[in-house]
Design a protein around this ligand. Structure first.
Ligand SMILES: C[S@@+](CC[C@H](N)C(=O)[O-])C[C@H]1O[C@@H](n2cnc3c(N)ncnc32)[C@H](O)[C@@H]1O
Length: 219
């Protein structure tokens, strides 16, 4: 199965006994996590029958059927009790947030979550930091586009005070060449925005650019 750098990074963060991949589609994360012995068993979950059928075919062809149960399920609605690692990836941050709000009562404290929103990561970080999740590490993956992959622990009680930089550009991000490219990309983006703004509205954009430059200097 062809793996993107984004999916490989998600798998590299999987560590536990029982994985649930919510919105599994092709089920690459489930299959690769089992092949690498990162978990002992897994649930491949999707809200739609089409993607779940795709998952079944792939799971069968990689000889993983005895260790995987496919569940037609909306978000975390019927999350099995034994799950200790959850992946939710390839959706917007707002949808991931909605899935967590709706189903968090099914998640045990101590559960690891690997979350990879393709947009609205700031809103997701803001929610996590105030609702019993700790963002322990992040990797920004450059894979055509820039994708954040958040390695999160749910304890049900923590509150994390994040700076604007951490909310917008990542929390405890691994400082590598992808992240360096991401900071340069964001700086260029905000410079273009700044050029188009009328003078009274330039303050926020200038602050963002200054903050990114400071982080580039500290790199
Ligand atoms: C773009 S695919 C991402 C597949 C894979 N997770 C990845 O990162 O490559 C999004 C998948 O999420 C599923 N999905 C969307 N909303 C969902 C929900 N509320 N619960 C479970 N699955 C959902 C879709 O059916 C689709 O298969």
């Amino acid at each position: 199965m062809n793996a993107s750098k984004r999916l490989e990074t998600i798998v590299s963060f999987v560590k536990g006994k029982v994985l649930a991949d919510i919105g599994c589609d092709h089920a690459y994360v489930v299959i690769q996590s089992l092949l690498e012995n990162r978990v002992q068993k897994a649930y491949a979950c999707d809200v739609s029958e089409g993607p779940l059928e795709r998952a079944r075919v792939n799971i069968e062809s990689f000889g993983c059927s005895d260790k995987v149960q496919c569940l037609l399920m909306n978000g975390l609605d019927a999350l099995p009790f034994d799950v200790d690692v959850i992946v939710i990836a390839g959706m917007g941050g707002l949808l991931i947030k909605e899935i967590l709000i709706r189903g968090i009562h099914n998640v045990h404290p101590g559960t690891r979550l690997i979350l990879s929103p393709h947009k609205d990561a700031k809103a997701l970080r803001e929610y996590l930091s105030q609702h019993g999740f700790v963002i322990q590490q992040e990797k920004i993956v450059k894979d055509g586009h820039f994708y954040p992959v958040l390695n999160v622990l749910f304890d049900g009680v923590s509150k994390q005070d994040l700076t604007l930089h951490e909310r917008s550009l990542g929390t405890h991000v691994i400082k590598d060449s992808d992240y360096l490219d991401y900071l340069h990309h964001e700086k260029d983006k905000w410079k273009k925005i700044l050029d188009r703004l009328p003078d009274p509205q330039k303050k926020d954009a200038l602050e963002k650019i200054k903050d990114i430059e400071k982080n580039l200097n500290d790199f």
